[in-house]
Design a protein around this ligand. Structure first.
Ligand code: URA
Length: 429
């Protein structure tokens, strides 16, 4: 086959700050997926995008080309509205677990195709695999049957057929310092979500120390870019900008995050996890045409918990089974009386990762019982000697490096510091 373009011309065009015309951009993605454009050339192109940016139109074409690299699913035959949620990732972010059954309790189908964690942010599938027997890999038929029937919600592994170009490009970006480019993140996330075929999508775009985007202006730009991509493709899309400077809730890990999610489904749990679960459920239900749904009532009255139990059982898990517990723990106490003034999300995420809650290489297993349980959060008054947080794991030899990560990550001060609201902004088309 004669190739219509040269990768080097496409790279030069972006390197020199120009726009890449649609045919060249589509070809570049396709030729990379086929293996004609090399990793070295694509890495150079990704770096040029990182440094020069892309026009909205180029991002749309890039996203479209990645969608075209694989299968497109459709839930049209379900006869129900489908609404999905995507979080750009954070520390202690277990919201998908209570959110999917909560939204499904209102008769809306929730196709939550999820991933595993890499680096300091946890993966939804890793958390759910702490539940004995639970199975992440479902066939398309099983997924449809679960959404169509009484359960309504499914959280499972995304098949490799969705946007394979993104899979290849994301792995390359991961090792070439080109992850944090807005055009690349937006096209990566949205290609998978649009290919999945959901009717509507709510994005939880995080900003702060534990997020991809440290500052809120960049997070806003990412959110606006993704909302525009979804809307232009016929997926009703909105986004919330939410604070990820502090870990969400009290649990960071896998089994402990499942426990905390179950508390939320029982109508309790930490206030910030409940607040964000409710805010995202409201967004999702509004997009499904149910703006007045009694979301709190479904949590407090047990309807969401009923769906959770059914959802876990449908995937061979036992929702009543005991979750793994760590053999070793290490408690860190407050050195003085005062208020917790700071707990930086990123080092807590790294520390939990070093304990074994996350993985360094995609093929590594995670330790489901490993993680950190916080006993106080910023704003709380503490007295000297009071436990601040507990590290857990199966191997005490991991504690020193996990503690190193937390050096300077938290602070006790004389006065409580004010925190801004958790949900900062709502972005619509
Ligand atoms: N998640 C993705 O799927 N892609 C990115 O680029 C970043 C986060």
């Amino acid at each position: 086959m004669t190739e219509p373009f040269d990768a080097i011309d496409v790279i030069r065009a972006k390197r020199d700050g120009g726009s890449v015309p649609e045919p060249e951009l589509r070809w570049m993605v396709d030729a990379y997926t086929r293996g004609y454009v090399s990793d070295a050339q694509m890495a150079s192109f990704a770096m040029a995008i990182f440094q020069r940016g892309m026009q909205r139109d180029e991002i749309r074409v890039l996203t479209d080309a990645m969608i075209a690299s694989g299968e497109r699913m459709s839930f049209a035959s379900l006869g129900k509205k489908t609404v999905d949620k995507h979080s750009t990732g954070g520390v202690g972010d277990k919201i998908t677990l209570p959110l999917a059954p909560l939204v499904a309790a209102f008769g809306v189908a929730v196709p939550q195709l999820s991933g595993r964690g890499l680096g300091h942010t946890g993966g939804t599938l890793d958390k759910l695999e702490a539940i004995p027997g639970w199975r992440a890999a479902l066939s398309n038929e099983e997924m449809f049957a679960q959404m169509q029937g009484d359960v309504g919600a499914v959280i499972c592994a995304a098949g490799s057929g969705l946007a394979p170009a993104d899979k290849k490009l994301y792995a390359l970006r991961d090792v070439t310092g080109t992850v944090e480019a807005i055009p690349l993140i937006a096209s990566s996330i949205m290609s998978k979500k649009i290919a999945e075929g959901t009717d509507a999508l709510v994005l939880d775009v995080k900003f702060g120390s534990g997020a991809f985007m440290q500052d809120i202006d960049r997070a806003r730009e990412l959110a606006q870019t993704m909302v525009a991509l979804g809307t232009d493709s016929g997926v009703a899309t909105t986004a919330l900008l939410t604070d990820m400077n502090v870990p969400l809730g009290f649990a960071i890990g896998n089994a402990n995050e499942v426990r905390e999610s179950v508390e939320i489904l029982a109508g309790g749990g930490p206030a910030d996890v409940r607040e964000l679960t409710i805010a995202l459920a409201r967004e999702m239900l509004a997009l499904a045409g149910l703006p007045d749904a009694d979301v709190e009532g479904a949590l407090d009255g047990g309807r969401a918990m009923d769906v959770w139990n059914a959802m876990i059982r449908a995937q061979d898990g036992d929702p009543m089974a005991a979750l793994p517990v760590a053999n070793e723990t290490h408690v860190v106490t407050a050195p003085a009386d005062g208020f917790v003034t700071r707990m930086d999300a990123l080092p807590f995420g790294i520390s939990a990762w070093r304990l074994g809650a996350g993985r360094a290489r995609a093929e590594d297993p995670v330790i489901h019982a490993a993680g950190i349980d916080l006993h106080a959060k910023p704003g709380d008054r503490v007295t000297a000697g009071q436990p601040l947080f507990t590290l857990s794991g199966d191997d005490a030899a991991r504690f020193p490096r996990a503690l190193d990560a937390l050096e300077g990550a938290w602070e006790i001060g004389a006065e409580a510091s004010a925190r801004g609201p958790l949900v900062r902004e709502r972005i619509t088309a």
